[in-house]
Design a protein around this ligand. Structure first.
Ligand SMILES: [Zn+2]
Length: 71
């Protein structure tokens, strides 16, 4: 299901909308149709949900392999 993220040009509200067919999104706050489409959040959230690498040397591969030398 395609989820799009928009930022309202009028009030600055950011929201996500699921669109079907030719449906046009509108701001849930001020109901304008002047929206700026943001980049998909999928790639961002995928990256930020990666295992926190802060526990060791900061290189995820290193510590996951059990070879972190910074401990
Ligand atoms: Zn708005």
């Amino acid at each position: 299901m395609p989820i799009f993220e928009y930022r309202c040009e009028q009030c600055g509200n950011k929201f996500e909308a699921i669109l079907f067919g030719e449906q046009k999104p509108e701001c849930p706050s001020c109901h304008t149709g002047k929206l700026e489409q943001q980049l998909s959040t999928f790639s961002v959230s995928t990256r930020s949900s990666a295992p926190a690498a802060s526990a060791g040397c900061g290189q995820s591969n290193c510590c996951m392999m059990g070879g972190c030398s910074e401990n």
